[in-house]
Design a protein around this ligand. Structure first.
Ligand code: IYR
Length: 223
């Protein structure tokens, strides 16, 4: 097989002491990220969101197809529509659709069907997975590892927003097909996640339960 064009890797090799310090500093920062449900309406410069989206879009993806789209909802009218549609879904979820076991698992978080943050936060970033590609003639081609790729991109987006100094909430009203219509996205795209972002409210509190993270021994094994 002919080797396609390659370019040099732009890799930075650090001395070991610096590696330890770098990962420690990253751990210290990223482990302070908390899911926030009380936001401030204070505006956030658009450029910060743009840079964070570029971080998300830098991630690896199946065959480098980059099967994601980030729709940034900032207009008050559209945020209101998202809130209304999401609260309607959540009302049916909390009052019957969700099995008892699911509601019990959520109880320590104290969530309910009220989602005022969807109108208060300055930005709602709707993350869409692009299920397949479309050629100019309308024919389709496969995208590979779409959920994995979009999950990784979303993680990078969350990390970048946190590092920039913003609070985030991963919100997943279910079903959320209404986001296609509100954001004007085509049927090939499936909404995966709403990343609510902005500054936290001054008196913001978070559930103590969500701070309990598993230990290294619980989440890893060395073979
Ligand atoms: N989507 C609902 C319920 C919910 C589900 C899970 I899993 C959570 O971790 C949190 C909430 C809501 O947003 O209230």
């Amino acid at each position: 097989m002919n080797r396609p064009p390659h370019v040099p890797l732009d890799f930075i090799r650090y001395p070991e002491a610096e590696m330890r310090e770098r990962v420690r500093l990253f751990e210290e920062d990223i482990c302070r990220r908390r899911t926030v449900r009380e936001f401030s309406p204070e505006p956030v410069p658009r450029e910060i969101i743009e840079r964070a989206i570029l971080c998300g879009g830098s991630g690896p993806s199946g065959a480098n197809q980059q099967p994601w789209h980030f729709a940034v909802i900032q207009s008050p009218a559209l945020k209101k529509r998202v809130r209304e549609a999401a609260e309607e879904e959540e009302r049916s979820f909390y009052s019957g659709r969700a099995p008892q076991e699911w509601l019990e698992a959520l109880a320590p978080l104290g969530t309910d069907e009220h989602k005022p943050f969807l109108e208060v936060a300055p930005y709602l970033i709707a993350v869409f997975a692009i299920k397949y590609g479309e050629r100019a003639d309308g024919s389709r081609f496969s995208h590979y590892y779409v959920p994995e790729s979009v999950g990784i991109a979303s993680g990078l987006l969350l990390a970048a927003l946190h590092r920039a100094g913003l609070a985030t909430l991963t919100h997943t009203p279910s079903p959320m097909g209404f986001l296609n219509e509100i954001c004007g996205r085509p049927p090939a795209e499936k909404p995966i996640l709403l990343v609510v972002t902005g500054y936290p409210a001054a008196d913001c509190e978070v559930p103590a339960y969500a701070k309990q993270k598993k230990t290294l021994a619980q989440i890893s094994s060395w073979l």
